[in-house]
Write a protein that binds this ligand. Structure first.
Ligand code: GCO
Length: 459
C-alpha cells in the first residue's frame, strides 16, 4: 500500500515517526573544536579499506550546517530524530580530558530539536571509538568498557534533561563480528579471540552504561539498538535447520542472550567458550539489567545453509541463495515478511520490552533527473515494511515507533559515499540537499499521521 494517508491511518496515535542518522556518517569537521581521531578516521585513511578511499572529513558537513539540517528535519514532518553522539568529540582520547566544545555541539543540537518540537533520541555509540583507546586494545580490552561507562555518564549529565530516549550501542553485531571477525569495518581485525573479547566487553560496556544512565538521568528511557538477523534456513533439510539455529545463536544470541536472559547461548559456549575472555562474576548481572525499550534495525533476511567443510568454525554456515528476485542497489534481498517473522520469533524467545524500529530503509542510487530524484524502489520498500509494522501492531506486538534510515545520503562505511540511503539527496560537491520522491512520500505519511493524530485527540 503506497497511499500514505491510508497507511498513516493504520498506526495508533501514540506511535512515533522519525528519521535517523549517525555522527560519523554526516558530521564531517573531524579535526575541529578539539575532536580527535576515531578508529573510523584511521581505517578510512588506509588504502583498501573504504571504497574510493572516502573518509568522514567533510561527509554531509552537518557540523557546520546544523541549523539548516534541523530545519530540514522539521520540514519532514516527523516527531523524532535519532542521532548519535561522537565519543571522540566529547572525550577526545576516550579517557581523560572532557572537551567542552564537543559537548556544546550536542547542546546546540538538542536545544535546536527542542525549539522545533522534535524529540531527541540519542545513541551513545555508533562505531566511532576514540583511536587513542586502540592503544589499550580497543573493544578487546576490558578497560574500554569502563571508559565507555564514564563517557555515558558525562553525556547524560550534560544532555539528560533534554533527551526523550537514549541507546547505549548501535548494532553491536557490526562493531563486534563485522569489525573484529570479518574485517570489514574498523578496526579491520579478523580473529575469533579478538571478536569474542570485543563481544563480551561491548556487552559489559552496555550494562555499565545502563547503570550510569540510571544513576544520573533516571527519567530518560534507556535501550539498546540491535540489528537482529532474520535467519532463514536455505532448505527444509535437518542440516540447514540446525545451521540456522547455530547462526541465530551466533548472530543474535551473542547479544540478546546476555542482555535479555543473563546468559550466552549454550551452543556458542560449547563451541567457543575456551576462546572467550574472562567473564567475571557479576558481569552477566550488569549486562542483563532491565531496559525500557529495544531498537530493531532491519534491512534484509539472512539465509543460511550448513557449511559441510571439514572443521568449519562455529557457526559453520554458508549463505543460501535469495528467494525474492528484488534487491536494493547495495545487493541486499528485499523480503518484508522476514521482518515480521523476526519480531515474532524474538518475542517468543526473549522477554523483550517495547520495540522501536530504529532503522529500516533501502539503498537506491537514483540520481537527479532534471532536479527530481525518482527513487521508486525505496518508496516501495518503505511502504512494504511499514505495512509489516502495522500488521505487527494489529497482532498485539508493542511497536512504538519507526525511524527511517536515513534522513539524508551519507558516508556508508566501507562503501563510502557511493551507496545512498537518504530520503534526501546530498550533492557532495555543493552540499545541496534535495528531497527525493520517497522523502516527499514519507513526509506526507508523517504529516497525515500527525494531523489525524491531533483530530483523534480532540474528538
Ligand atoms: C547501521 C547503520 C547505518 C548504516 C545502515 C545501512 O546501524 O547499520 O546504523 O550506519 O548506514 O545500516 O547500511
Amino acid at each position: 500500500m503506497t497511499d500514505s494517508k491510508l497507511l498513516a491511518a493504520r498506526f495508533p496515535k501514540d506511535f512515533l515517526f522519525g528519521v535517523a542518522t549517525a555522527a560519523f556518517q554526516i558530521e564531517g569537521a573531524t579535526k575541529e573544536d578539539g575532536r580527535k581521531p576515531s578508529i573510523w578516521d584511521a581505517f578510512s585513511n588506509m588504502p583498501g579499506r573504504v571504497y574510493g578511499r572516502h573518509n568522514g572529513d567533510v561527509a554531509c558537513d552537518h557540523y557546520h550546517r546544523l541549523e539548516e539540517d534541523l530545519d530540514l528535519i522539521k520540514h519532514m514532518g516527523v516527531e523524532a530524530y535519532r542521532f548519535s553522539i561522537a565519543w571522540p568529540r566529547v572525550i577526545p582520547e576516550g579517557a581523560g580530558n572532557i572537551n567542552e566544545k564537543g559537548l556544546d555541539f550536542y547542546d546546540r543540537l538538542v536545544d535546536g530539536l527542542q525549539a522545533r518540537g522534535i524529540k531527541a533520541f540519542a545513541t551513545l555509540y555508533h562505531w566511532d571509538l576514540p583511536l587513542a583507546l586502540m592503544g589499550d586494545g580497543g573493544w578487546t580490552a576490558r578497560s574500554t568498557a569502563y571508559d565507555f561507562q564514564r563517557y555515558a555518564k558525562v553525556v547524560m549529565e550534560r544532555l539528560g534533561d533534554r533527551l526523550s530516549s537514549v541507546a547505549t550501542f548501535n548494532e553491536p553485531w557490526c562493531s563486534v563480528w563485522l569489525s573484529h571477525l570479518y574485517g570489514v569495518h574498523a578496526p579491520g581485525e579478523r580473529n575469533m579471540e579478538a571478536a569474542l573479547a570485543a563481544m563480551h566487553h561491548t556487552n559489559l560496556a552496555h550494562g555499565l552504561a545502563v547503570e550510569a544512565i540510571c544513576q544520573v538521568a533516571p527519567q530518560v528511557p534507556v535501550g539498546l539498538v540491535l540489528n537482529a538477523h532474520s535467519v532463514i534456513p536455505g532448505t527444509d533439510s535437518a542440516e540447514d535447520k540446525a545451521a540456522a539455529e547455530r547462526a541465530f545463536d551466533f548472530h543474535n544470541g551473542a547479544f540478546f542472550g546476555p542482555v535479555f536472559k543473563g546468559e550466552y547461548p549454550a551452543s556458542l559456549l560449547d563451541a567457543l567458550g575456551d576462546r572467550m575472555p574472562l567473564v567475571e562474576d557479576g558481569d552477566l548481572g550488569i549486562i542483563s539489567q532491565k531496559l525500557d525499550w529495544w531498537g530493531l534495525n532491519y534491512y534484509t533476511p539472512m539465509r543460511v545453509a550448513a557449511d559441510q567443510t571439514e572443521g568449519a568454525e562455529f557457526p559453520a554456515t554458508v549463505p543460501a541463495p535469495f528467494v525474492s528476485q528484488e534487491k536494493t542497489d547495495i545487493g541486499w534481498e528485499i523480503h518484508a515478511p522476514a521482518m515480521r517473522s523476526l519480531v515474532e520469533d524474538l518475542y517468543e524467545r526473549y522477554d523483550l520490552p517495547v520495540c522501536y524500529v530504529t532503522e529500516n530503509g533501502a539503498c537506491d542510487n537514483a540520481e537527479p533527473q532534471g532536479g527530481v530524484i525518482e527513487d521508486d524502489m525505496r518508496l516501495d520498500y518503505y511502504a512494504d515494511h511499514l505495512a509489516v509494522v502495522a500488521d505487527l501492531l494489529k497482532d498485539g506486538y508493542p511497536m512504538k515507533g519507526y525511524f527511517a534510515w536515513s534522513l539524508m545520503d551519507n558516508f556508508e562505511w566501507a562503501e563510502g559515499y557511493r551507496m545512498r540511503f537518504g530520503l534526501v539527496y546530498v550533492d557532495y560537491k555543493t552540499q545541496t540537499r534535495t528531497i527525493k520522491k520517497s522523502g516527499n512520500w514519507y513526509r506526507s505519511l508523517a504529516q497525515n499521521f500527525g494531523s489525524s493524530n491531533e483530530k483523534s485527540q480532540v474528538g
